[in-house]
Design a binder for this molecule. Structure first.
Ligand SMILES: CC(C)(COP(=O)(O)OP(=O)(O)OC[C@H]1O[C@@H](n2cnc3c(N)ncnc32)[C@H](O)[C@@H]1OP(=O)(O)O)[C@@H](O)C(=O)NCCC(=O)NCCS
Length: 155
């Protein structure tokens, strides 16, 4: 299978936070952000493998700053590393106050997606080419996380 570049599947999505995304005091629900993270992560995984995918895992996610109604939330997502049939995608969430222009890093998450063949069995994905220093750093960190996950599961 031909390797694919990180940049071929990287995705940036922005969405304005509306009252339907929030509680009665205007704070956006964590679940709203998590759904966006999973959606954008899935798009990145599908762009990399061009097959259907399922979310196998979402690593722990801390909310570093609150997000409010009226903020523009931007999600930046790319494939960090791939295995045989799985792909780890990193997603960074930022919130921009549209009146002041202040941007805060709200959350980051690592998700693992598995590609599926037409019968619903895990299917091989293309290798990943990490070209920049950042991409290579993210790939090395993803390999470490995978090792730690596998060790935890064996324990
Ligand atoms: C994800 C799923 C397809 C994996 O099936 P499986 O029979 O365990 O497949 P395998 O053991 O062959 O593993 C396939 C790959 O997934 C990875 N994987 C499976 N479960 C994982 C988990 N919990 N976390 C991280 N990776 C996981 C394996 O490491 C393997 O990766 P590799 O091929 O790159 O080495 C299956 O568990 C599933 O369908 N889960 C439900 C997914 C879903 O519905 N998600 C929506 C949210 S509810």
């Amino acid at each position: 299978m031909e390797p694919r570049r990180v940049g071929e599947s990287s995705t940036v999505v922005s969405q304005l936070m509306l009252p339907s995304d929030a509680n009665t005091t205007g704070n956006v629900h964590g679940g709203t952000i998590m759904k966006l993270v999973d959606t954008v992560g899935g798009v990145v995984a599908m762009r990399h493998c061009r097959q259907r995918v399922v979310t196998a895992r979402m690593d722990e996610m801390s909310f570093l700053h609150p997000v409010f109604v009226g903020d523009l939330v931007t999600l930046k997502a790319s494939v960090n590393d791939v295995g045989r049939t799985s792909m780890e995608v990193g997603v960074r969430v930022e919130a921009e106050n549209l009146r002041t222009g202040k941007v805060v890093h709200t959350a980051s998450a690592h998700l693992v997606y598995v590609a599926l063949d037409p019968e619903g069995r895990p299917a091989e994905v293309p290798p990943l080419m990490a070209e920049t220093e950042d991409e290579r750093r993210r790939m090395a960190a993803a390999k470490l996380r995978r090792l730690r996950r596998e060790r935890r599961e064996r324990a």
